[in-house]
Design a protein around this ligand. Structure first.
Ligand code: PEP
Length: 259
C-alpha cells in the first residue's frame, strides 16, 4: 500500500469521447457511486463538457479536471484554452504532457514545463504524464527517458511550488493496448521517479508526491497495482468510460480486503 500520507487518487481521462448527454449521465453515475471510495476521484472530460460535468459534480467529492492547457493566460491563441479559463469552469486538476499529446501533436518537455507553470500559477494541480515507448523499454532506456522527461518538464521550480504536483507514469506501450505493466514493472518505475524527484528537488517533496500508474488499468488489475508501495493511484483511459468498471476501480481493495 502507498504511504498513508498520500491520499490515493484515481483520475478518468475521457479523451475525445462522449457527447453532452452521455457526459452528464456518466458523471451522475460516478458521483452517485463514489461514496466511501478510498480514493479522491477526478473526471477529465473533453473541454466541451467541462461546464456541464462541473455542474453535476458541484457539492460532491468528485473533482473536475481538464486534459490539456495552454501556457498563455489569454490572447490571440486560436483553439487554445488557458489555465484561468479552466479554473473558471471549476477544474481542480489538469493532465499535462499525455503521451498522445507528445506523440501525435509533437509536445515537447519545454512545453510541458510551461504548461505546468501556468497550471500551478492559478492553483490547478498538474497531472504530469511521463513514460517510455516499447522500443525504449526494449533498449533498456526506460529510466533515461523518465529522467529526461522529469528534468525537462520540472525545470526551474522551487520545491514549494510543486506541492500540488501529481505525476502519472504511463508506459506508452500499455496505453489503450490492453497490455498492463506488471505491478513489479510499475513499482520499479515509480520508485525511480520518486528518487529522481528527491534528487532534483527534495526528499520531503518526493515523499509526499502522488504517483499514478496509467496504462490499461481495469477492475481486474487495479487491486494488485494499488497494493504496491509507490503506486498512489491510477490514470484511467478506456475503462473510465465504462461506468461499472470505473466504479470498481475507484473502490479498489487493499490486499487484506481481497478475498
Ligand atoms: C490514458 O489515456 O491515460 C490511459 C492510461 O488509457 P488506457 O487506460 O485506455 O490505457
Amino acid at each position: 500500500m502507498s504511504s498513508p500520507s498520500r491520499r490515493p487518487l484515481i483520475a478518468g481521462n475521457w479523451k475525445m469521447h462522449l457527447n453532452l448527454a452521455e457526459s452528464v449521465n456518466l458523471a451522475k453515475a460516478i458521483k452517485d457511486g463514489s461514496g466511501a471510495a478510498p480514493a479522491e476521484v477526478v473526471l477529465c472530460p473533453p473541454f466541451t463538457a467541462l461546464t456541464v460535468v462541473g455542474e453535476i459534480l458541484k457539492g460532491s467529492v468528485v473533482r473536475l479536471g481538464a486534459q490539456d492547457v495552454c501556457w498563455e493566460a489569454q490572447g490571440a491563441f486560436t483553439g487554445e484554452i488557458s489555465a484561468p479559463q479552466l479554473g473558471d469552469c471549476g477544474c481542480r486538476y489538469v493532465i499535462i504532457g499525455h503521451s498522445e499529446r507528445r506523440r501525435l501533436f509533437g509536445e515537447a518537455d519545454w512545453q510541458v514545463q510551461k504548461k505546468i507553470k501556468a497550471a500551478l500559477g492559478v492553483g490547478l494541480a498538474p497531472i504530469m504524464c511521463v513514460g517510455e515507448t516499447l522500443d525504449e523499454r526494449e533498449e533498456q532506456k526506460t529510466y533515461r527517458v523518465l529522467q529526461t522527461q522529469l528534468e525537462g518538464g520540472l525545470k526551474e521550480f522551487a520545491p514549494a511550488q510543486l506541492a500540488q504536483l501529481v505525476i502519472a507514469y504511463e508506459p506508452v506501450w500499455a496505453i489503450g493496448t490492453g497490455k498492463t505493466a506488471t505491478p513489479d514493472q510499475a513499482q520499479q518505475s515509480h520508485l525511480f521517479i520518486r528518487k529522481t524527484v528527491a534528487r532534483l528537488y527534495s526528499p520531503q517533496l518526493a515523499a509526499g508526491l502522488r504517483l499514478l500508474y496509467g496504462g490499461s488499468v481495469k477492475a481486474e488489475n487495479v487491486d494488485a497495482l494499488m497494493a504496491r508501495p509507490d503506486i498512489d493511484g491510477a490514470l484511467v483511459g478506456g475503462d473510465s468510460l465504462k461506468q461499472a468498471s470505473f466504479l470498481r476501480i475507484i473502490h479498489f481493495k487493499a490486499p487484506s480486503e481481497v478475498g
